[in-house]
Write a protein that binds this ligand. Structure first.
Ligand code: SF4
Length: 340
């Protein structure tokens, strides 16, 4: 501001203007100093990414491929809520991912770079616009897109603050969920940040051997360490941790594994979200995973509940588009499904 002859105190107004929702009365409704709007329009771009591709599924799920200033792309997804006026957004924290989870499409093209806080916020703004065009209001955001949020925590937290902040994104802390594959130091740092967001932990197996076979991070942090870190986050934040568990045929869907999971969670006020696997072709290690059958899924869910675990089956979204994270980006980059 000062370089351009304005007061530094004008900066918050400029920032607020970037978050205003088109078509609504300007929230800031603060008059800008003469010439500042013109200067901004001619000198800066408000957009950190442009829409490169959009897929709309029959169930209303919209998947956006956003092109960043350096030509790289990331995915963001808008999911209609049960409530007809609401929607949830899923955003990415990194371009690609280094975690190497065997069944994930994102990691197949490797890790490229962390997203900046601005690029993360941009996804929120684009999804909010997308929701409005679908006649809905964006009510919640989950960091479950491309990347591991805990490995880009500084930028993720900076973005979360802007998205939640009442004068900027105004979404609220409780409407935001950070997901992790189990980076214990990241969970500890999030605990210290004391922001009151929700935590989702991708466990995918109750025992270390199966988990480490699916998720390389399982070789570094044991299940008990990861759950202990989540316990501490839960105690500090007062937010119930969600355990994410993607059911894979013959890998982690046995009833004995459901009982082991219930045993692990006994006495922990956590809930389990069972996820249906979206096949992405051959895995990183050349395996072919399949989603568990409806019968096995129902039996697994029932077994968890019988043993006192609060569990739900998450609805599959956008089955007729490239629904799994990383798929649309790979296709846009010219990879055939299953090709590496
Ligand atoms: S599942 Fe998440 S953490 Fe694992 S490789 Fe994919 S994007 Fe990364």
């Amino acid at each position: 501001m000062e370089e351009h002859g304005y007061k530094a105190a004008h900066a918050p107004r400029v920032l607020r203007q970037c978050y205003e929702v088109e078509g609504e009365r300007a929230r800031s409704s603060v008059r800008m100093p003469a010439g500042l709007n013109e200067l901004l329009a001619s000198t800066f771009s408000k957009q950190a990414a442009s829409l490169a591709r959009r897929q709309v599924a029959a169930d209303g799920t919209r998947k956006l491929l956003l092109r960043l200033a350096d030509g790289r792309t990331v995915e963001s997804v808008l999911m209609p809520d049960y409530h007809p006026a609401r929607a949830a957004g899923c955003i990415s924290s990194q371009v690609g991912c280094a975690m190497g989870c065997d069944f994930c499409a994102t990691t197949q093209t490797g890790f490229e770079r962390n997203l900046t806080a601005g690029e993360i916020v941009e996804q929120f703004i684009q999804l909010r616009r997308e929701a409005r065009s679908a006649g809905r209001i964006l009510r919640t955001i989950v960091f479950m897109g491309m990347g591991e949020p805990m490995l880009n925590l500084r930028n993720v937290l900076a973005a979360v603050k802007r998205i939640a902040e009442p004068t900027l994104g105004a979404l609220g802390w409780r409407q935001i969920t950070l997901s992790t594959v189990g980076i214990v130091p990241g969970i500890e740092e999030l605990t210290e940040a004391d922001l009151g967001v929700h935590l989702a932990l991708s466990l995918h197996a109750p025992d270390d051997a199966t988990r480490a076979d699916l998720l390389p991070i399982g070789q570094r942090f044991e299940v008990r360490e990861v759950l202990a870190a989540a316990d501490r986050y839960q105690a500090r934040s007062g937010r119930i941790t969600t355990i994410q568990y993607c059911l894979l045929e013959g890998v982690n869907d046995a009833l004995a594994q459901a009982r082991d999971l219930s045993r692990l969670l006994a006495g922990r006020p956590m809930r389990v979200n069972l996820l249906r696997y979206n096949p992405t072709g051959l895995s990183l290690r050349g395996r072919s995973y399949a989603p568990s059958s409806t019968e096995k899924t129902d039996a697994f869910l029932a077994e968890l509940r019988t043993h006192g675990t609060v569990a739900h089956l998450r609805r599959a979204r956008g089955a007729d588009i490239d629904a799994a994270c990383g798929q649309l980006r790979r296709r846009a980059a010219g990879y055939a499904p299953g090709e590496r």
